[in-house]
Design a protein around this ligand. Structure first.
Ligand code: ACO
Length: 338
């Protein structure tokens, strides 16, 4: 599906923020728990350490990290919580199934005017949330949206599966998205999204939804934890990230290599390198944080973007491509002029 500007309005990100739990888990520490090495993890994934939320800690709850990230984004945008019309919280690891994490966040930051809902597209969640916010803002219905991508993936990690547990970490990233004139060059330029439920088996959690209750037996079999077909997922990721990035470039009349910044989902550094190569981009033009945080699901893109903005790397007028894929499978890209 393609959405382009067709009315008087567009939208743009005016503030970003991030938050991570304090506790670090290094590769070396993982070698004490499972049969792996620091070298294997670095070479095969690019990850050196990740952050782990403490179970039961109020500060480390998904919505608490989201609230910290949201407040930082509000400050950058020079807005207050009372300015927010809409909160979209992208997560597949909600604080509670009911109420939504978006409602927990709304309460924490006091955004009383906003309506609030969760978006679940796994690792593509932030990009799907941003695409949804863009639609509402372009329609003229709202002025200011808060989009958060936050996940506590370690709550669903099978720590006995060395093929997957090395990958995941926890965190949250946020963006304030504001309505602007369609003539403003600094705006979201295009949105390309997709999903293919036929590939559900590549990455899924069997229990915990209405299909399967989490009983003692289910817990013993780890059916309430993430199961991943890593090699197959790797191939889908490289193909879809590349395809959706190329679509974004082509529909905006840009050539390969034309981008100022690529902000890809951070699942594996080798996946990111393969996509950068296909786009003819040097790695210096790719915002990366997987080395320090691992795969934080819907938080990877907003936190990597936030870091690039706060370091002064991403400058006004530059082209930035957000490029996501995730379980479902889901995928999509958003091109913007910063
Ligand atoms: N330490 C040491 N050896 C390991 C480890 C480990 N942690 N994990 C696997 N191995 C071994 C395997 O057992 C295998 O050994 P064998 O050859 O003797 O059988 C060997 O390493 C190679 O295993 P592969 O699975 O082929 O390793 P690969 O290079 O594919 O790397 C990885 C595995 C890192 C999981 C990779 O496939 C990957 O990153 N896949 C993509 C994952 C992904 O995109 N996830 C995102 C999900 S999206 C979401 O919504 C959350």
């Amino acid at each position: 599906m393609i959405a382009t500007n067709f009315g008087p309005f567009a939208s743009r990100i005016t503030g970003t923020g991030s938050a991570f739990p304090d506790q670090r888990l290094t590769n070396l520490e993982l070698t004490k728990k499972i049969d792996t090495t620091d070298e294997w993890i670095r070479e095969r994934t690019g990850i050196q350490e990740r952050r782990i939320a403490q179970a039961g800690s109020e500060a480390d709850r998904n919505s608490s990290l989201g609230a910290r990230a949201a407040l930082a984004a509000l400050e950058m945008a020079a807005k207050t919580a009372s300015d927010i019309d809409l909160i979209l919280y992208a997560t597949c690891t909600p604080d509670t199934l009911i109420p939504s994490t978006a409602c927990w966040l709304q309460k924490k930051i006091g955004a009383t005017k906003a309506w609030a809902l969760d978006v679940n597209a796994a690792c593509s969640g932030f990009v799907f949330g941003l695409a949804t916010a863009d639609s509402f803002l372009r329609s003229g219905q709202f002025k200011t949206a808060l989009v958060v991508g936050g996940d506590i993936l370690t709550s669903m990690t099978n720590w006995e599966d060395r093929g997957s547990c090395i990958l995941f970490g926890d965190g949250a990233g946020a963006a304030i998205v504001e309505r602007t004139e369609a003539t403003n060059p600094r705006r979201i330029l295009s949105v390309h999204m997709g999903a293919d439920g036929r590939h559900w088996e590549l990455f899924h959690v069997q229990a915990g939804g209405s299909n399967m209750e989490v009983t003692a037996e289910v817990r013993a079999k780890k059916l309430d934890k993430m199961e991943m077909k890593g090699r197959e997922m790797f191939k889908v990721a490289v193909r879809t990230l590349g395809d959706y990035a190329v679509q974004a470039l082509e529909s905006n009349g840009l050539a390969l290599g034309d981008l100022d910044w690529l902000v890809p989902h951070q699942a594996n550094l080798r996946i990111i390198e393969a996509v950068a190569k296909r786009l003819e981009l040097p790695m210096e033009k790719v915002l990366i944080n997987i080395d320090r945080y691992g795969n934080t699901s819907s938080a990877t893109i907003p936190t990597a973007l936030d870091e690039g903005v706060r370091k002064g790397l991403v400058k006004p007028g530059e082209t930035v491509l957000l490029d996501a894929f995730g379980a479902g499978v889901t995928y999509g890209s958003i091109l913007m002029r910063w």
